[in-house]
Write a protein that binds this ligand. Structure first.
Ligand code: PRX
Length: 638
């Protein structure tokens, strides 16, 4: 269950310096938390009043149809109005919104004015292609500025974006295209990763062929690599942007921002769950905006003069909330980097922190562990003194990596915000704030307005130090609203395990100080390098190979990745096992799913442990592989 060992009791407590405390936006967390506890609606209403609403809400929280909560009911808003329109009317039009560096060293920057202009023109193009409010648009791109531009252009006209991570491959993209029934796909020719070109357009073509709903494909030219363009379906982004339709009727690059209901969907994002296919989590314009803006401001204390770097990919929730929407809501300057952290050398990140004067770095434990293994000499060659705050997300951070990050990167001065949250929560849920005393490996306590607890099987809170299921007991504005096209699954997956309470899918412990310690997933989700993958997806990629009859995938602890995929396969009759076949199967999974799903090990077996009803007992496979006791086997088939 646990990726790397998270120590049971904290070995030390890090109290923030007077300087950090004094400058923090929230100075008295306990007081703010108490206010939220007393009046949750007033608390979130005040947070929402920081933003521009076309017309105000009538009710902050409507809980008359639980668990289908609604926030800021009746309010009219558009998140893009708050990310761009609002800022270009002020001095911020001249401020840098995005600084981007390509893996090959190319640099591009966008002021708020420039970003807004690009978004407006692209939104005009989408409108003229017939994209309407509520239509789904799939975006499948590398980490380039056109990715946020495409997201913002969709949101501006009320279209619902569905971003598919550029590291995913054919079948993963196909499944998501088919489920969302997108007519328009926005992609790019290719990306740069580790000195190599990634063939995004080629993968998109294969997925689109399998899906069948797509009418238009817009292709950003990024690497310049050769790609096939299908006449009548595929258009170059730069060709479209040069057309008169990119401009409004008056010939200006303006575009009217669509007035949305606070509860209208902003985006959907696929994520792996307990069983079957990935499901699309739906987030809205109003509540998501308030949740994301407020958490980023309070936790990372983002200020106008700061340069913020969230190293995630915009294709995951971390990128949606804290590369694209959060920083823009706050009018901040964000840095984005295209490529691998170690290309061409292991000092790439540190050199960019120095070059751009990054003040806040938000990354994942797997990246820290990966860079840590190259030694301190690489970061020590660079001036990292601009860093004021550090952050981590995605999986539990082992105290050893925490301490290295704190000492070597933060020079012992910068507190680490270990933020626990999920695709479903949209925003930070359990997290330190700059004034919170830290224990390495713990995300500390819930954000004001959030009530979390650890339950046993029967739904009773466990004693301090005991392991149980992590639950959330109050609704919050950035919460998922439903699963696209599957409200029953929304209720069943999140609100049925413990009625009336949101079940996170994580196991955790709460210590005597009320600090939360996340242990790991209790469902069939594997966190590989912080990426969330479902066993079902990996297994279905394996059985789509003609040699495979049955497959089971589990996650086992891995020093750098946290967890690595181990697969067990039963071959079809007449197929002989061989080393060659195993490497073919690995290549097949990469082709269907993407490099992140590459199994560490594939073992050929003749049977799999199953329950009498035929469900694979992954728990037993996991215990066997680790040489641990196999637990209760009473439901085992034989
Ligand atoms: O298991 C928890 C882990 O990541 C899961 C959510 O994954 P995803 O939806 O992909 O979102 C990741 C980025 C928000 C959680 O259920 N997780 C996330 N953050 C942490 C974490 N585990 C421990 N500590 C964290 N800070």
């Amino acid at each position: 269950m646990a990726s790397l060992s998270v120590e049971q009791e904290p070995l030390e407590l890090y109290t923030p310096s007077a300087e950090v405390k004094e400058s923090a936006f929230i100075k008295d967390r306990a007081k703010v938390t108490e206010q939220a506890r007393k009046d949750l609606e007033a608390f979130w209403a005040e947070a929402a009043s920081e933003y521009e609403w076309f017309s105000p809400w009538e009710k902050v929280l409507d809980d008359s149809n639980k668990p289908f909560y609604q926030w800021f009911v009746g309010g009219k808003v558009n998140i893009v109005d708050n990310c761009l329109d609002r800022h270009v009317r002020t001095w911020r039009r001249n401020k840098l919104a995005i600084i981007w560096e390509g893996e090959n060293g190319e640099v591009r920057t966008f002021s708020y004015h420039a970003l807004n202009r690009e978004v407006c023109m692209f939104a005009n193009i989408l409108r003229s292609m017939g994209v309407h409010k509520g239509d789904r648009v799939t975006i499948y791109m590398g980490r380039i500025p056109e990715l946020p531009i495409a997201m913002l252009a969709c949101a501006k006209i009320g279209a619902v974006h569905s971003v598919v991570y550029g590291g995913f491959s054919v079948e993963a993209l196909h499944g998501r295209l088919e489920d969302s029934q997108s007519n328009v796909v926005i992609t790019c020719d290719g990306g740069r990763m580790n000195g190599k070109l990634v063939e995004l357009k080629k993968i998109a073509d294969e997925a689109i062929r399998r899906a069948g709903s797509v009418e238009h494909v817009i292709v950003v030219r990024h690497t310049g690599q050769e790609v096939a363009m299908e006449a009548g379906r595929d258009y170059w982004y730069h060709d479209l942007m040069a057309l008169p339709i990119a401009k409004s009727a008056a010939g200006s690059s303006r575009c009217e921002t669509e007035v949305m209901d606070a509860e209208d969907p902003l985006f959907m994002l696929y994520t792996s769950g307990t069983t079957g296919k990935p499901k699309a989590i739906v987030h809205t314009h109003g509540g998501y905006m308030v949740g994301v803006g407020t958490t980023l401001k309070w936790v990372f204390d983002l200020r106008d003069e700061d340069r913020w770097w969230c190293t995630a990919d915009p294709g995951w929730i971390t990128g949606h909330s804290y590369i694209v929407y959060g920083p823009l809501l706050l009018g901040a300057t964000s840095f984005m980097y295209e490529g691998a952290p170690t290309y061409p050398y292991p000092n790439r990140w540190w050199s960019m922190i120095e070059k751009y004067g990054i003040n806040i770095l938000y990354t994942a434990p797997t990246a820290i562990r990966g860079l840590m293994r190259f030694g301190e000499a690489w970061p020590n060659r660079h001036d990292l003194s601009s860093l004021r705050l550090l952050g981590t997300v995605g999986e539990p951070i082992n105290p050893e990596a925490w301490r290295w990050y704190h000492r070597v990167i933060g020079k012992g001065r910068s507190p680490i915000m270990d933020t626990w949250w999920q695709t479903e929560t949209g925003m930070f849920m359990i997290t330190p704030m700059p004034e919170t005393p830290l224990k390495p490996g713990s995300g500390t306590i819930p954000f004001p307005g959030i009530e979390a607890d650890v339950y046993d099987e029967t739904g009773k809170p466990v004693a301090p130090g005991e392991e149980g299921y992590l639950v959330l007991k109050t609704p919050w504005p950035a919460m998922l609203r439903t699963i696209y096209k599957d409200p029953d699954r929304y209720v069943q997956q999140y609100w049925s395990r413990f009625p009336g309470v949101y079940f996170t899918g994580d196991s955790a412990r709460k210590d005597a100080d009320g600090y939360f310690w996340i242990i790991g997933r209790v469902d069939d989700v594997i966190k590989v390098s912080g990426y969330r993958l479902g066993t079902a997806e990996i297994e279905s990629a394996l059985v789509s190979h003609p040699a495979v009859a049955e497959a089971a995938a589990i996650g086992l602890p891995h020093e750098i990745k946290g967890n690595a995929i181990h697969a067990f396969v039963i071959l079809r009759a007449g197929i002989e096992p061989s080393e060659q076949l195993i490497s073919d199967l690995k290549a097949h999974v990469v082709h269907e799913m993407g490099p992140i799903a590459n199994p560490e090990r594939i073992e050929i077996v003749t049977s799999l442990p199953k329950t009498r009803s035929g469900k694979i007992m992954r728990r037993v496979l996991k215990a066997r592989a680790q040489g641990l006791p196999e637990g209760d086997l009473s439901t085992l088939e034989e």
